[in-house]
Design a protein around this ligand. Structure first.
Ligand code: ZN
Length: 289
C-alpha cells in the first residue's frame, strides 16, 4: 500500500477532485507496472464514475452550469462583471458571488465552512450543481447499489462534502422520506407496541407466581450477590431468597425448595424473559430436577 500526503493547495480540493487526484497519482506512481497493460480502476465513488463515463466532463458541466438560470447570473458576474438588469436580482448576485469561485476550467464551486467543531478544518469547495443534475446526484448517493440507503443526516453530510445547491437539505430530506425501500425495509425508530392483553383472574394464592432477580450486590458474608424474588399474584406475598448467582440451575433449585415445597406448585410462572431468567431455560432445568 502506498500513502501520499496532500499538498496544502490540494487540501482545498473538493472530495470529487481529491479522489480523481488519487487515481492520477496512483497511475503515475505505479506506471512501471501499468505501462502497456489494460488497467481497471475500481471505485465506489459514484459521482467519480459518472465523471469518468462522460466525454469532456469539464466542458459538459460548464455548459450545464451556464444553462441553469441561478448559476448563470453568478458565473456571468464572476467572469465578466456583468449583472442582471433587475436591481434586486443584481444585488442578490453580488452578495451570493462572495461564496462562489470559478476554477481554471470555468467550473463554478461554492465555498463552504463546516459549522460543526469536528468538521471545521478548512474552507471547502463544493461543486455548484445545476438543477438538472440534482436527481442524478441524489440517486447516486442514496439508491445506488454502493450508496447503501443512508439516513437523512448521513446522506446530507455525504452530499455536503462534495456538492451544493440551493435548498439542498430539504431536497435530501424529501428524497429520504419518499424512498420506498427505506420505508418498507428499515426498522422504524419507534416500534409499534403490542396490544396489552389482561391476564385471566387467579384461582387462589400461589396460582400464578412472578419471578425476578435483583443484583449483583456487594457479596455478603455467605458470598450471596443476588436476590431472587418470587411474588404471588393474588396476595402479593413476596419470597426473597439470597443466592450466590442467578443462573437457571440455582433459580430452578430455589423455586422448587422455597416455593413449590412450601406453597405448592403454581399453575403459571411469569418472568420478564431477561437473559438470566428465560422461561425456556428454566423449564429445561425443572425437567432435569
Ligand atoms: Zn432508501
Amino acid at each position: 500500500m502506498q500513502v501520499e500526503q496532500l499538498k496544502p493547495n490540494e487540501r482545498n480540493y473538493a472530495v470529487i477532485e481529491k479522489e480523481a487526484l488519487a487515481i492520477v497519482w496512483g497511475v503515475k506512481y505505479f506506471r512501471h507496472y501499468l505501462y502497456g497493460r489494460k488497467v481497471t480502476i475500481i471505485t465506489d465513488h459514484n459521482p467519480l464514475k459518472w465523471l469518468m463515463n462522460i466525454k469532456d466532463p469539464a466542458g459538459r458541466l460548464c455548459e450545464m452550469q451556464r444553462k441553469d438560470s441561478n448559476l448563470f447570473a453568478i458565473i456571468n458576474y464572476l467572469e465578466k462583471g456583468e449583472l442582471p438588469d433587475q436591481s434586486s436580482k443584481a444585488r442578490e448576485t453580488v452578495i451570493l458571488s462572495d461564496n462562489y469561485e470559478l476554477d481554471n476550467s470555468g467550473i463554478l464551486y461554492h465555498l463552504f465552512t463546516p459549522g460543526s467543531r469536528k468538521r471545521r478544518q478548512c474552507l471547502r469547495r463544493q461543486l455548484a450543481i445545476p438543477r438538472c443534475l440534482i436527481d442524478e446526484i441524489l440517486y447516486a448517493c442514496h439508491d445506488d447499489a454502493t450508496a447503501g440507503h443512508l439516513s437523512l443526516n448521513k446522506m446530507y453530510t455525504k452530499i455536503q462534502d462534495r456538492f451544493y445547491w440551493k435548498g439542498m437539505y430539504s431536497d435530501v430530506e424529501f428524497w429520504c422520506k419518499s424512498c420506498v425501500d427505506c420505508a418498507t425495509k428499515k426498522t422504524p425508530k419507534h416500534r409499534p407496541k403490542a396490544p396489552l392483553n389482561p391476564l385471566p383472574a387467579v384461582s387462589g394464592p400461589f396460582d400464578r407466581v412472578a419471578v425476578d432477580v435483583l443484583g449483583p450486590f456487594p457479596p455478603t458474608y455467605n458470598s450471596n450477590k443476588y436476590i431472587l424474588i418470587f411474588s404471588d399474584y393474588l396476595t402479593r406475598w413476596p419470597e426473597a431468597i439470597p443466592v450466590p448467582n442467578a443462573d437457571a440451575t440455582t433459580t430452578a433449585k430455589v423455586f422448587i425448595e422455597e416455593v413449590v415445597c412450601r406453597h405448592g406448585a403454581p399453575r403459571q410462572l411469569l418472568s420478564d424473559n431477561g437473559k438470566k431468567l428465560s422461561i425456556k431455560i428454566l423449564l429445561k432445568k425443572f425437567v432435569n430436577l
